[in-house]
Unconditional design. Structure first.
Length: 95
């Protein structure tokens, strides 16, 4: 059986945040939420441990009818996107 998308994301971005759990979130996660906008019910923000101040994250946005899902991957607090995004894509086997 193929792994689920959440199983694939878990090693890189193991912390999961919902609109209800942001009250317990650390400041760097709250700052990321501000930059990305508030989450609606059913949407999730996954975060990983920061390395050199940069934090991997994934935004999980199910579509209204639950037939599709959008996931956006990023690295917060980075001034090196041209260097880091190809490496991030390679981790997931994306060309």
């Amino acid at each position: 059986m193929a792994p689920s998308l959440k199983e694939i994301l878990a090693p890189l971005v193991p912390s999961v945040w919902t609109p209800e759990s942001f009250a317990q979130a650390p400041n760097d996660v709250l700052a990321l939420r501000e930059r990305c906008g508030d989450l609606r019910p059913g949407q999730l923000l996954f975060t990983g441990s920061a390395v050199a101040g940069m934090m991997p994250f994934a935004l999980w946005w199910p579509w209204g009818d639950a037939s599709k899902l959008s996931v956006r991957l990023g690295i917060a607090n980075s001034d090196r996107p041209k260097d880091l995004y190809p490496a991030l894509r390679a981790l997931f086997g994306i060309a």
